[in-house]
Design a protein. Structure first.
Length: 702
């Protein structure tokens, strides 16, 4: 870093300290035990490293505003992953604020204990950060290398004072200028280095993303400066959006040191878990030999999951004839048209549909517009399941369920030519007459829609296209800590979503991090499964005698728990049971962050019919900032010895749910009123037995 940059960084730091002194950490929605910056925009965690008893959290940060821009590395430290101290900006966008020429995108950091880099001096151990340089303009760098406007390349910086100040390696940066020759056209989407030491081969390894191509590249190095391309992996599994923020790390299976597997964790935006819109994270279990990652065969998914066995098909678009012949009313360019064979849409093959024909409005390219309206039908089962793809635009490329002329449910594709299952829970609409409308009014971009296999069922349909790290909408770009023991992996995720991240109603900051989670691999359902458990210094933030504990032999209906606060943990255990009568609600759970009249509430519970835990934030408070925010999110959870166990971590603007051993999680943001402090147990259908509810109040970490 040049002297000028160091001086400017110091000035910005002084200004931030002055401003931070005015931050109360008591603002509406401010997380109390999740990390958030004092002010301004934050996204991906970066450079997570543990060194000399200190956990370093670097993160994507905008020093100049509350939306994305001027990407720099913010910095905070902790001794217990719970109480964080804000530090000066570690890497400030070069040229900020008036003439930014280089932004510091996501990356990672390591402790170079053996000084392989040669950066160490006088016995001081260097910390080395590797990050993506995003060059704003075409320029020739101090290293003599020339980069193009918006090019992404990989650079390094080092610290000789235990991570508190950093020097960019300007004499040679970027150390990886561009991807391999075969991918030379991908310089605008080549990012997010995750670096680690591979002991068996005694080399540094970095995994990088070719974001648009859904490929992970593997490089090795002896010194963190000179890198050799070794192999590539992908595309596989979920490819509905760009691949970002890869992590590759080892974990033992079932605690047995003799059974070691490697986990590749990849961020995806958009195209997250089924039932969500926007970002998500998937993982793949396999093996790594120091140069090549190989996925286990049972971790690669390629076929569309069939519909539930109790499905009644409403429309599969098979047979012959036009849409009108199949009892759909077309308008616009769809008049006289028919369902098509898979073929292409947007110059890409269409995948994920069943049979031979489907709705594909990419007939005259994206210029085709028109609607399809079904005949009226009576809602008789719990779910309407369907395969959907194409554009992600609720107004212009969407499918609607309408009752009495009003839209009561909606769905879109994920800007992908791959059709995935989505489901509408219509249990509350039983015996009402409805129609389905398929709409394409868009003429550019992803201006088309793909639909197939609309059916009615009392079971929810799911596409198994990936192993999802978290089935909620607000867990993305997770990174793991370097510097821990070889078999220990603690990760932190960005608790937000690119769908609405820049419009959530928080001020003077935007975004928070998830609770730190310790990962392990446990054999569940016959294969190694990622298990997550929160790891914080709970003793320091759970006051003595703060537990509220209730045990009931049987619960049927509602039990008011009164005002329990805005930040707390709930442990729920209860017996599994048969579902209620066909089509009726059969659920148990807890309502949290509710107002006294329950007009605002977030429902967290378990559905006995579908064997899913869920978070319902449709009435959770302010949902006005994005049309997709008010929704219900589901995650599969199987009983263990007849018992369901859920741990629920509630903060001022979030709910994180860990099911079972931690094999399934749901992370969601919520924005309720300050007065929303009430809680209530609910049981619908028939009684739920052996209920154990423990509520632990959580103090602020600020």
């Amino acid at each position: 870093m040049t002297l000028g940059l160091k001086v400017l960084a110091a000035v910005v730091t002084v200004l931030r300290v002055v401003f931070a002194g005015q931050v109360s950490y008591n603002e509406q929605y401010r997380p109390q035990y999740h990390f958030s910056p004092p002010e301004n925009w934050m996204n991906d965690p970066n450079g997570l490293v543990y060194h000399n008893g200190v956990y370093h959290l670097f993160y994507q940060y905008n020093p100049g505003g509350i939306t994305w821009g001027n990407m720099s590395w913010g910095h905070a430290t902790s001794s217990d992953l719970t109480h964080w101290k804000q530090q000066p900006i570690a890497l400030l966008a070069r040229g900020f604020p008036d003439n930014v020429t280089e932004m510091f995108f996501s990356g990672s950091a390591v402790v170079d204990a053996d000084n392989t880099s040669g950066f160490g001096e006088n016995g001081r151990i260097p910390l080395v950060a590797m990050y993506t340089s995003n060059y704003i303009v075409t320029q020739t760098l101090p290293s003599g290398k020339t980069v193009q406007a918006n090019q992404q390349a990989q650079s390094i910086a080092y610290s000789l004072d235990d991570g508190m100040t950093w020097t960019t390696y300007d004499v040679a940066n970027p150390v990886i200028l561009q991807p391999p020759a075969a991918y030379s056209d991908q310089i605008l989407n080549f990012r997010d280095p995750n670096v680690f030491w591979h002991s068996p081969t005694e080399k540094w390894v970095v995994v990088l993303s070719l974001a648009e191509l859904h490929k992970i590249l593997v490089y090795t190095s002896d010194d963190l400066k000179n890198w050799v391309f070794e192999s590539e992996f992908g595309p596989v599994n979920a490819i509905g959006g760009v691949w970002e923020c890869p992590n590759l790390f080892p974990l033992v299976v079932d605690g047995k040191k003799s059974s070691l597997k490697w986990v590749l964790m990849i961020g995806l935006n958009p195209g997250g878990p089924p039932g969500t819109v926007g970002s998500g994270s998937q993982y793949i279990v396999g093996d790594f030999n120091g140069t090549t990652f190989t996925a286990d065969p049972d971790n690669v998914y390629s076929e569309t999951t069939p519909p539930p066995s109790d499905s009644v098909v409403f429309a599969d678009f098979e047979g012959t004839g036009t849409f009108a012949d199949l009892d759909w009313t077309p308008t616009g360019d769809l008049v006289g048209q028919s369902p098509v064979n898979g073929t292409l849409a947007n110059q890409q093959p269409v995948t994920g549909y069943l049979g031979k024909r489907l709705v594909n409005t990419y007939l005259n390219g994206d210029a085709t517009t028109g609607n399809l309206t079904s005949q009226s039908f009576t809602i008789s089962k719990r779910y309407i399941n369907f395969l959907i793809g194409g554009g992600r635009d609720l107004e212009n490329t969407a499918m609607y369920l309408k009752v009495n002329g009003q839209t009561v449910r909606s769905a879109t594709g994920a800007d992908s030519e791959n059709l995935l299952w989505q489901s509408w829970d219509v249990g509350a609409l039983q015996n009402q007459n409805a129609i389905i409308e398929i709409v394409d009014t868009a003429t550019g971009g992803w201006g088309h829609i793909l639909v197939d296999e609309i059916s009615f069922s009392n079971s929810i349909a799911r596409s198994q296209v990936a192993n999802w790290v978290d089935m909620g909408p607000d867990f993305y770009a997770a990174q793991g800590y370097n510097g821990l023991s070889s078999n220990e992996r603690v990760v932190i995720g960005w608790m937000n979503n690119w769908q609405y991240g820049q419009t959530i109603p928080t001020s003077p900051w935007r975004s928070a991090m998830s609770v730190p989670r310790r990962l392990s691999l446990t054999t569940i359902g016959g294969k190694p499964t990622l298990v997550q458990n929160p790891t914080e210094n709970w003793k320091s933030i759970v006051p003595a005698n703060s537990i509220v504990h209730d045990v009931w032999h049987s619960v049927n209906g509602n039990k008011l728990l009164g005002s329990v606060g805005k930040s707390f943990r709930v442990d729920l255990t209860f017996s599994d049971r048969p579902s209620a009568a066909s089509g009726a609600s059969s659920q148990f759970g807890i309502i949290v962050r509710a107002t006294a009249d329950f007009s605002q509430q977030t429902r967290v519970g378990y559905d006995f019919a579908t064997k899913n835990m869920f978070v319902d934030r449709t009435q959770s408070g302010d949902v006005s900032f994005d049309s997709t925010f008010a929704d219900i999110y589901y995650s599969p959870l199987t009983a263990n010895n007849g018992k369901i166990t859920m741990s629920i971590y509630v903060d001022w603007s979030s709910v994180e749910v860990f099911g079972g051993q931690g094999e399934t999680t749901l992370t969601t943001q919520i924005f309720p009123a300050d007065s929303a402090t009430y809680a209530q147990i609910f049981s619908t259908g028939v009684a739920t037995n052996d209920v154990d509810v423990r509520i632990y109040k959580v103090s602020s970490t600020w």
